[in-house]
Design a protein. Structure first.
Length: 196
């Protein structure tokens, strides 16, 4: 496995997002056959202690090059954890976490539970990201979907854990906006780092 080196990161979010996506793609493309599955299984082990404490876990269906939380979530179902996934009713709506398996494609081409599934408020949310810094500042895809939902989830007491490949954890600081909700920790196959 080759970890790509990176030059000094740019300060603006658009450039930083582009560079972080390139690093993530290069990392995934460098993995030997079967290595990705092994790393995602290790992520499930890393998340095990947090999942044991969770009654309702919110996750996501991964986009290409995103690490998959699905092995971890599948393991959680064996302990009786209720699983929930983001669901959008249309392109303009804010997503809600709905309990159940992701069975139908949503408006953003990600699978989601059926829209008549019950809305839930997870006590643990596995948050996808493009990059994260040591303060828990998350750089997402840029559409603001999670930005609009994380504060409400935090109000309901959710523990917010970003998940990704180790190359997505930056030494540099990501510029934070007033609406950014810092995550509580970051999990990769290499371990779980808690920020607060």
């Amino acid at each position: 496995m080759v970890v790509p080196s990176h030059p000094s990161l740019p300060a603006d979010k658009v450039s930083l997002r582009r560079l972080a996506r390139q690093r993530r793609r290069a990392f995934v493309e460098s993995l030997a056959e079967g290595e990705r599955d092994n790393l995602e299984s290790r992520l499930a082990e890393v998340l095990g202690p947090a999942l044991v404490k969770s009654r309702i876990t919110g996750g996501y269906c991964p986009m290409p090059n995103e690490i998959s939380p699905l092995p971890a979530m599948e393991a959680a179902t064996h302990r009786g954890t209720i699983l929930a996934y983001p669901a959008f009713s249309d392109h303009q709506s804010q997503f809600k976490f709905l309990a159940g398996e992701p069975e139908e494609p949503g408006p953003w081409s990600c699978f989601q539970p059926l829209l008549d599934s019950p809305e839930v408020f997870p006590d643990l949310v596995l948050v996808p990201l493009v990059a994260i810094d040591g303060h828990g500042t998350r750089l997402g895809q840029g559409k603001g979907h999670y930005d609009r939902v994380l504060a409400k989830l935090r109000e309901h007491g959710a523990l917010l854990i970003g998940v990704g490949w180790r190359v997505q954890k930056l030494d540099e600081t990501i510029p934070a906006e007033p609406w950014d909700v810092p995550l509580d920790g970051f999990a990769s196959p290499d371990g779980l780092e808690m920020f607060r």
